[in-house]
Design a protein around this ligand. Structure first.
Ligand SMILES: *Cc1c(COP(=O)(O)O)cnc(C)c1O
Length: 529
């Protein structure tokens, strides 16, 4: 994929590991291979394909990368479109005070084996910007990445106007790039609202009705403040007054989610619970919102060591050894993983709310995660946890959470902890990665977990507020999790049940097949009409 042969598991190895559903011929040609001219263009502001290409910040990007990889495994005709951030998403270091410091991680497309395909220009207000279009192959799926000096420097960096210009480049420039390359999609998928300006470019040639019929929009954000909004005045300055009506919503300003919904005939949320929340949030807009529960790419996230493992517990011990060595922990203690973006609703501090009670238990915790560079309260919370870790041999903070560290964590912990404030976690995919590796989930019943949870595969936290959730978390650790861990037979049976029951259901292959059968085929048929 990108000339990285020296790595322990080159991305190419992860791609090509056979999945039962990805046989030869692959699923697509067996199921729908006779369809002509079918092609999905999948747009996203970030793609997490590999840690060596740091153009993703977290869950959204990793999901997009997994979508593209499963499309490749399934033989689905799809191209990805995104931006190439020359400074990468930041590398995290902790300073002497335990506070996050950020450094760039430069991305060099040529060194990564990308090819320069064409150049497009996009008018941004009074300026015209020229963008290079790079091609990065992910298995059989081409990913086209736009790169404009001064504009695609950083991911989620800069002022609102800078962000608007980036989104215009992605949407408008992305459509132009595909046209310049002779790529003709029949289906357009907006993964989050950031790329919705692509509809503007399409509206220059096609009727709104036709644009809608061929566009699928996936919303990811049940937190109202997480839905991106621009000042109307700013949008009008770039795009004129007429467009404002399409982004109107109760919260004021130009909302990218309402805009994306109005230009899409098909829309979905990313878990069953999130579907209910999203339908409530956007009830005033006609587009019906269904749900396709997220999944994760098995070849990327499942430890090869677990394949054909005769003794699951022994295989797990080896994976755990790799983690505890890196973290300087005790291989015998129950090891809990807590890897989160430090956003308030994720409540990374909940498990530490009563340190005395926590440290009276034979457990150790590995924490990782970045805070958004501008999120001072997220950084404050992180600093508190780092201070705790510096005063204890039972808590370790591992710096610079990325896909590589995520793999070590979701494969090497015993328990995966997730304590968001319900119902603010749309899906949460790290728990799915853990489940596929027999790492047992202990989680608030939010996001995907109401669909995945049963007492055979993990534990559910169901308190009514922060204090009740913390109490239930400690009670579960004391009375359920630790006694189960002390009984190797029982623990191994739960690990096996987690893998057998959850791995197929939360595989990205299942999710991509659902996108095809619920949305892509319908959109494709309208394109052909
Ligand atoms: C999977 C993943 C995420 C998303 O996990 P959540 O459960 O949504 O927090 C974020 N960052 C990285 C690096 C990941 O691999």
């Amino acid at each position: 994929m990108c000339g990285l042969e020296s790595r322990e598991h080159a991305p190419h190895d992860r791609m090509s590991r056979a999945e039962p559903i990805a046989q030869t011929p692959p699923w697509w040609s067996r199921a729908h291979g006779r369809l002509e001219d079918f092609l999905v263009a999948y747009f996203c502001m970030e793609f997490g394909v590999d840690e060596l290409l740091p153009i993703y910040s977290g869950g959204l990007g990793v999901l997009a990368g997994d979508h593209v990889k499963s499309a490749s495994d399934l033989g689905l005709p799809l191209v990805g479109v995104g931006l190439l951030y020359r400074d990468g998403y930041f590398r995290q270091r902790l300073d002497g005070d335990g506070r996050q410091q950020e450094a760039p991680q430069p991305v060099d497309p040529e060194a990564l084996g990308m090819t320069h395909e064409t150049t497009v220009s996009v008018e941004l207000g009074p300026d015209t910007v020229e963008a290079a279009v790079w091609r990065h192959d992910v298995g059989s799926v081409p990913l086209y990445l736009l790169d404009a000096p001064g504009l695609t420097d950083g991911l989620y960096a800069g002022e609102r106007e800078h962000r608007l210009r980036q989104e215009l480049l992605l949407g408008v420039g992305g459509v132009r790039a595909l046209a310049a390359l002779g790529v003709e999609p029949s289906v357009w998928h907006l993964n989050e609202g950031h790329s919705a300006f692509l509809a503007l470019e399409r509206l220059r040639r096609e009727e709104l009705e036709r644009v809608r019929a061929t566009t699928v929009f996936t919303t990811h954000t049940p937190v109202p403040a997480g839905n991106e909004v621009f000042d109307q005045e700013l949008v009008a300055r770039y795009l004129g007054e007429d467009i404002l009506e399409l982004g109107r919503w109760d919260g004021g300003g130009f909302g990218m989610t309402p805009f994306a919904l109005r230009v899409s005939g098909h829309a979905n949320a990313v878990s069953e619970l999130h579907g209910e929340v999203a339908r409530g949030m956007w009830a005033g807009i006609d587009t019906p919102i269904g749900h396709v529960t997220n999944g994760v790419h098995p070849g990327t996230w499942t430890a090869p060591e677990l394949e054909d493992a005769g003794d699951l517990w022994e295989a797990h011990r080896l994976l755990k050894a790799r983690l505890v060595e890196r973290a300087g922990l005790d291989p015998e203690l129950l090891t809990i993983g807590l890897a989160r973006r430090f956003a308030t609703y994720k409540r990374a501090g909940l498990v530490f709310s009563d340190p005395e009670r926590l440290f009276s238990l034979p457990v150790q915790i590995v924490v990782a995660g970045k805070a958004h560079p501008a999120d001072e309260s997220g950084k404050d919370l992180m600093q508190e946890i780092v201070a705790l870790s510096r005063g204890s041999d039972r808590v370790v903070f591992l710096e610079d959470y990325d896909m590589g560290l995520a793999r070590v964590l979701v494969q090497g912990c015993d328990v995966w902890l997730n304590t968001p404030r319900r119902p603010q976690e749309a899906s949460g995919t790290s728990g799915m990665k853990a489940a596929m590796n027999g790492v047992l989930n202990l989680s608030v019943l939010d996001g995907w977990w109401p669909e995945g949870y049963s007492p055979e595969v993990g534990w559910a936290i169901t308190g009514a507020d922060d204090a009740a959730d913390a109490e239930e978390l400690y009670r579960l650790l004391e009375h359920e999790v630790l006694p189960a861990y002390a009984d190797r037979e029982r623990w191994s049976a739960m690990m096996r049940a987690s893998i057998e029951q959850l791995a197929p259901r939360f595989s990205m292959h299942r999710a991509v097949v659902e996108y095809v059968e619920r949305y892509y085929l319908a959109a494709h048929r309208s394109a052909r009409r």
